[in-house]
Unconditional design. Structure first.
Length: 123
């Protein structure tokens, strides 16, 4: 039996691949891992946070399929600093959540309304 060893890519539906690519690279600071045509008007685009092995694929989708709660959690060393930085860069972020016994965290959405979460790495 084959053993799965890691998560390589998580697909996220987007209506406009160029707009999504600009958001993930310019506002979130992700790097382009792959950008290749797969059809006349569609590309396979993968972006990745610096030093991460798991990428986000910006998958071209119809309007009715975008705006999902991805369930994806990104980790950062300092959630408050990341929250402040994303706010300054114009990312739509939720309020910081702080619960007893849990690391600080918050949510944000991309231009298509796809929801993600940022969680502080435990000290």
């Amino acid at each position: 039996m084959t053993t799965i060893t890691r998560v390589r890519t998580v697909g996220v539906p987007v209506a406009d691949q160029d707009r999504a690519l600009a958001f993930y690279t310019e506002r979130l600071g992700f790097e382009v891992r792959l950008d290749a045509p797969i059809a006349e008007t569609v590309r396979w685009i993968e972006v990745v946070p610096p030093q991460s092995s798991t990428s986000i694929a910006l998958v071209a989708a119809d309007e009715e399929l975008i705006g999902v709660d991805t369930g994806v959690r990104f980790s950062v060393p300092d959630a408050q600093s990341a929250h402040d930085s994303m706010t300054v860069r114009g990312v739509q972020v939720d309020e910081m959540l702080r619960w007893e016994g849990m690391p600080p965290m918050y949510g944000f959405v991309d231009p298509d309304g796809n929801r993600f979460y940022v969680v502080e790495d435990p000290a």
